[in-house]
Each structure stands twice: as structure tokens, then as C-alpha cells.
Design a protein around this ligand. Structure first.
Ligand SMILES: Cc1cc2nc3c(=O)[nH]c(=O)nc-3n(C[C@H](O)[C@H](O)[C@H](O)COP(=O)(O)OP(=O)(O)OC[C@H]3O[C@@H](n4cnc5c(N)ncnc54)[C@H](O)[C@@H]3O)c2cc1C
Length: 477
């Protein structure tokens, strides 16, 4: 499921569903869920363990917030629907609106992909700013309250142990307390304890898929000339285990990441960081980290061992009154930059499920629909991860064949702007991956590449024909 294959958000479709909903976790998935729940519940309370001031901050519960975050189109469009004015607020706080066609450079399969034909708008900012602009909007919704510095500890169950009826948590003063709710949403991210809780209470935990990539991110911030808005990325590509990216953010800075998969950890030492940048196949990054001033010498590191997916859609018996969303269902290799868009799409699907049947049988209906989005993103990301023979875990059916096709498509996209755009729209979760297999795309993928002798021959023949035609034309005048 992608943006093109789901109905957009329509607030009018949801009416009175319950008295109170509690969302556990106040990061991207929790905030987006709270937005759609506010349409059907009298009151929505977000319980978040970190302190969240009314300004952009990185926080411990989201350790990835010191690392670059790309917002894919499916996320941008859905957030704009949820929060009219989202983009204007982001830009007024220093975020950028860049053109994915002319200002983004992507290096893959030994070359840069051609500029897509159309403009591809995209927002660029720090993760802290993205999250705060969403939080700013959510906390201004009348029936939503955010209780930060509150640590969730348990779900409350009814006497028959078939329905969650609220949450237990340590409140702002450190006192153990409870809050009743008609619906609880777990948005606690990758460390969600719901699978364990289900087992502890006699339910079946969801089957888990883990695909190991042993990735490390190392991030710095450097100064950026105000008029230089370039965004660059170079993904690791087998057998090359190293990748990099720089993205423009507020305060005239770039965030720069060096990434290494399968143990080729990007360093946390300044000198080695520069050496790592110089070892990459393109000069852009090495030059930048040497020529631009570093905002600080601190290098943030983040280890990401594996993609993880909890198959809640396969669980037969799940308590009423509880739903899980965002990274708590699935967290993906971050180099493809899709988690925030998936969090927004999850909330959009929750909205549709509430509109279609309220709270009745909500969790199975929601998990089934969320699985469709995850299938797409999992196939794109995990599929690409299996390009490395070192990657371990359950390999989706047909991966090797698709990888060979996508590698060829990417090489063709070095010179074919149409292919470059078709592929970009899939990665932006705008269009489904099936668009890569449309006849007009397949045809271009299998055209001889510009470097091949057949293409050189055809080009030469075409040039000869046109010069002969122009000579005979000039003779006839
Ligand atoms: C290094 C890295 C880079 C990434 N880059 C990108 C990118 O470029 N683009 C992109 O779209 N995505 C990216 N992602 C993914 C993205 O960060 C997540 O998908 C997104 O934040 C959605 O996560 P979430 O809200 O489900 O969980 P999280 O962001 O992990 O938030 C969970 C929240 O729950 C709170 N919490 C946890 N336990 C409790 C508790 N017991 N009580 C109360 N609160 C609790 C935490 O404090 C936190 O606020 C990246 C991820 C990583 C690791």
C-alpha cells in the first residue's frame, strides 16, 4: 500500500466512538495516531516518558533523533492532510522545501541517477524539527493532552482478560497511577513490550521476522552556505559496505552520515571519519567534511542490528481495546528513510478503520491493513538488504530476481530521466512497486544501455541518417 492506493484523510468520516483513548509514546507514530483518534474520542491522552518542551529537541526515548531523517512524499502528503499548515510551520521554523528532481543527487550502481523529469517537492529538516512541528499541531487540538515525563508500566485488563481497559504508569510526580481508556494505542517504538505482555497474559505473541544487516550510523553536523540546498545520498551496494548522505537542515547546516553495514562500522573519531569519507566512491562527501566547519567535534553513533517485523496480522486471538502502531510493529533499515512515512500511513489506516466500523474488531482490521503498507516497505528495503550475501533472515520470495531487475533499472536510470522518476516515486512511497513492472517501464529497462555497442551503433546510424538527410535537403535548396 502506498499513497496512490489509499483514500486520503477525511475528518468528517469519523464520529463519536468512545470517551477516552490513551496513546503510549509521543513520537511520530504516537502523535499521528493521537491526531486521528481525536476525531472519534472525547479525550485523547498521550503518555510519554521523556520531557518534551514546546520546541525542537532530541530526546533519549528517540535515540535516532540525532541522525538525519528524510521525509518521503507519502509522509509529507499525509501530514499535510492531518495538519493543515504543517509545511508552512516547518518552513517558518527554518526547514527547507527542496526539489527532489534538481537538488537531490543519488549515487547507486556505479553512477548518479539522472534528474527525474518532474519537480518532486520534499521537506528537509532535522528530525527534532519534524517531530516538534507535528507535536506543535497535535497539542493544539482541543481534546488532546500530552503528559510527558510519564512512564507507562502496564495495560489494565477487564475481569475476563479479553479486553484492555486502560494503562498503569508512573506519573509526572513519580506516583504509580492508572487511567481508564476505551482504546489504548502502543506507539512505544522498537522496544515495545506488547509481545512479551501478550505472552505473560496467556495470549500468543506475534511471529517475528528479523533480517540482520549489522548497520552503524555515524552523524555530524557541518556549516552550510545558505543558498546551497543540495541533498546527497550514496547507499551501500554489495560488495561495497559503505554509504553516506548529507541533508540540508535548519540553521544553515548539513547533517552528514557515514553508514557501514555488516560490521564495517563508520567511525566515531574525527580523523578516521574523514578517512572513511575519502574512501567512498564519490568525492562530494570527503570534500565537504574537509572544507566546511564542523558544528561540533561530537560524532553521534547508532547501531542498528536488524530489520524487525512483528506479524500482528497473523495473531488469531488479540485483546479488544488495544492497537499497536509505527516502529512497534515494524522497524526498517533506516538508510531507506521510510519509518516516519509508515508511521503517518499507519495513522491514516487507523482513521479509515475507525470510519469503517468504529471500535468493533478494530485490532485485526487495522493490523491487516497496516500489513499491506509494511509488505511494500519490507519488500523494498529488506529486498535490497539481501543484495549482500552476508544478510541473514527470512528472504522474501523472488528477491534475487527483483534485485537483478532493480539493479539494471538503476543503471539505466543513470541516463533515463523517465526511469529515474518512476523509481523515485516508488521509493517516496507515492506509487506502488508494481509500477516498476509496467510494460513501458520494462521496455526501457531492457533497452541496450547507452554504453553498449548496440546502442553506440544505433546512435551512430541515427546521426548518419540525419546528416545524410540534412545534406540532401541543403542540396535540394
Ligand atoms: C538511525 C535512524 C535513522 C532513521 N532515519 C529515518 C529517515 O531518514 N526517515 C524516516 O522516515 N525514518 C527514519 N527512521 C525511522 C524513524 O525514526 C521511526 O520510524 C519513527 O520515529 C517512528 O517511530 P515511532 O514513533 O513508532 O517510535 P519512536 O520514534 O521510537 O518513539 C517511541 C516513543 O515512545 C516513548 N516510550 C517508549 N517507552 C515508553 C514508556 N514505557 N512509557 C512512555 N513512553 C515510552 C519513547 O520515549 C518515544 O518517544 C530512522 C531510524 C533510525 C534508527
Amino acid at each position: 500500500m502506498t499513497l496512490a492506493t489509499v483514500d486520503r484523510y477525511d475528518q468528517e468520516q469519523v464520529s463519536a466512538i468512545g470517551d477516552r483513548a490513551v496513546v503510549v509514546g509521543g513520537s511520530m507514530a504516537g502523535l499521528c495516531a493521537a491526531r486521528v483518534l481525536a476525531d472519534g474520542f472525547d479525550e485523547v491522552v498521550i503518555i510519554e516518558r521523556d520531557s518534551l518542551p514546546d520546541e525542537p529537541v532530541t530526546h533519549d526515548g528517540v535515540p535516532q533523533s540525532t541522525h538525519p531523517h528524510i521525509m518521503q512524499e507519502a509522509g509529507r502528503a499525509t501530514l499535510e492532510d492531518f495538519f493543515p499548515g504543517f509545511g508552512e510551520k516547518l518552513l517558518s521554523e527554518g526547514g527547507l522545501l527542496i526539489d527532489g528532481s534538481t537538488e537531490v543527487k543519488s549515487y547507486d550502481e556505479g553512477g548518479f541517477t539522472a534528474n527525474p523529469e518532474s519537480r518532486l517537492p520534499m521537506y528537509s529538516s532535522s528530525r527534532a524539527l519534524f517531530e516538534w512541528v507535528v507535536r506543535w499541531h497535535v497539542t493544539r487540538i482541543e481534546n488532546v493532552s500530552l503528559r510527558d515525563e510519564c512512564q507507562f508500566s502496564d495495560y489494565l485488563l477487564d475481569n475476563s482478560e479479553t479486553a484492555v481497559t486502560g494503562v498503569a504508569f508512573r506519573d509526572e510526580q513519580g506516583a504509580e497511577t492508572t487511567l481508564a481508556a476505551d482504546l489504548v494505542v502502543d506507539a512505544t517504538g522498537r522496544t515495545s513490550r506488547t509481545p512479551q505482555w501478550l505472552e505473560d497474559h496467556g495470549y500468543e505473541a506475534p511471529p517475528v521476522d528479523e533480517v540482520e544487516v549489522d548497520l552503524t550510523y555515524s552523524t555530524i553536523q557541518i556549516e552550510r552556505p545558505p543558498d546551497d540546498r543540495r541533498l546527497f545520498f550514496d547507499l551501500p551496494s554489495s560488495p561495497r559496505t559503505r554509504g553516506s548522505a548529507f541533508i540540508p537542515i535548519e540553521e544553515n547546516r548539513w547533517e552528514v552520515i557515514m553508514s557501514g553495514v555488516h560490521g564495517d562500522a563508520a567511525p566515531a573519531d574525527k580523523e578516521k571519519y574523514v578517512e572513511f569519507a575519502e574512501s567512498l566512491p564519490v568525492d562530494e562527501l570527503g570534500e565537504l567534511v574537509k572544507s566546511q566547519s564542523w558544528v561540533s567535534d561530537e560524532i553521534h553513533q547508532y547501531p542498528f542490528p536488524a530489520n524487525r517485523r512483528q506479524h500482528y496480522e497473523q495473531v488469531d486471538d488479540f485483546p479488544d481495546g488495544l492497537v499497536v502502531t509505527g516502529d512497534a510493529i515494524a522497524s526498517f533499515n533506516p538508510i531507506y528513510g521510510q519509518g516516519m512515512a509508515v508511521a503517518a500511513l499507519d495513522a491514516l489506516l487507523l482513521h479509515h478503520c475507525l470510519a469503517d466500523g468504529g471500535r468493533a474488531n478494530l485490532a485485526p482490521r487495522f493490523f491487516k491493513r497496516a500489513a499491506e503498507t509494511i509488505d511494500t516497505v519490507w519488500m523494498l528495503g529488506v529486498g535490497a538488504d539481501f543484495d549482500f550475501p552476508q544478510t541473514t533472515g527470512p528472504k522474501p520470495f523472488g528477491t534475487d530476481l527483483v534485485n537483478r531487475y532493480v539493479a539494471r533499472l538503476t543503471r539505466q536510470a543513470h541516463s533515463d530521466r523517465v526511469l529515474s522518476e518512476v523509481f523515485a516515486r516508488v521509493l517516496r512511497l507515492e506509487q506502488p512497486p508494481t509500477t516498476l513492472f509496467r510494460p513501458n517501464v520494462v521496455w526501457r529497462v531492457f533497452l541496450p544501455s547507452p554504453q553498449s555497442s548496440l546502442t553506440r551503433y544505433l546512435t551512430l546510424a541515427r546521426q548518419r541518417t540525419s546528416s545524410t538527410a540534412s545534406i540532401s535537403q541543403s542540396r535540394s535548396h
